[in-house]
Write a protein that binds this ligand. Sequence first.
Ligand code: COA
Length: 160
Amino acid sequence: MKTAIYPGTFDPITNGHLCILQKGTKVFDKVVLAVAEFTGKDSVLSTEERYNLCVEATKDLPGVEVQRFDGLVVNFARKVKANAMIRGLRALSDFEYELSQALMNKKLYDEIDTVFFLPESKYLYLSSTMVRQVMQLGGDVHDLIPNCVEEVLRRKFEQA
Ligand code: COA
């Protein structure tokens, strides 16, 4: 059984993430979408909200399981017996950061290798920050995010 993890903040999960995830499920028997509790970023959504939206957005994708993790990502990979980590590479600018992360993760846990997938070109310049910003300012990004994400973010920004 080939298991991979796909870690991230997912604040919120976008169609770009789902695109990467779908590609991962074609290569691995199981992909654990790993929602980081500690992100080092100012998250708009709580861990609970980020996790719930990931569960909802992936409920029809076979071979996907959503879990939360805290601490080092390699320890989580070891716990779920994954020997691959999926990451998306959008533009060249992602490369250097991803390379350093992949090398550090490999140093920390030699059993893990990072596998990169390219998203469809329409998601190449998408980021969670951009989605949050556009929605906060009333813009329309419904074709870039799952419906459940749009509903939760809309409610959150209306309340604020
Ligand atoms: N579609 C849309 N957006 C995408 C994307 C895609 N295919 N691929 C990446 N992104 C976005 C992310 O949403 C994120 O956007 P944001 O900054 O606006 O939220 C951005 O690209 C890059 O994210 P990144 O900084 O790589 O973080 P991440 O949110 O993807 O997750 C962790 C990083 C959680 C995997 C990493 O910090 C980690 O492993 N933490 C645990 C602690 C640890 O082990 N540290 C040592 C690692 S060497």
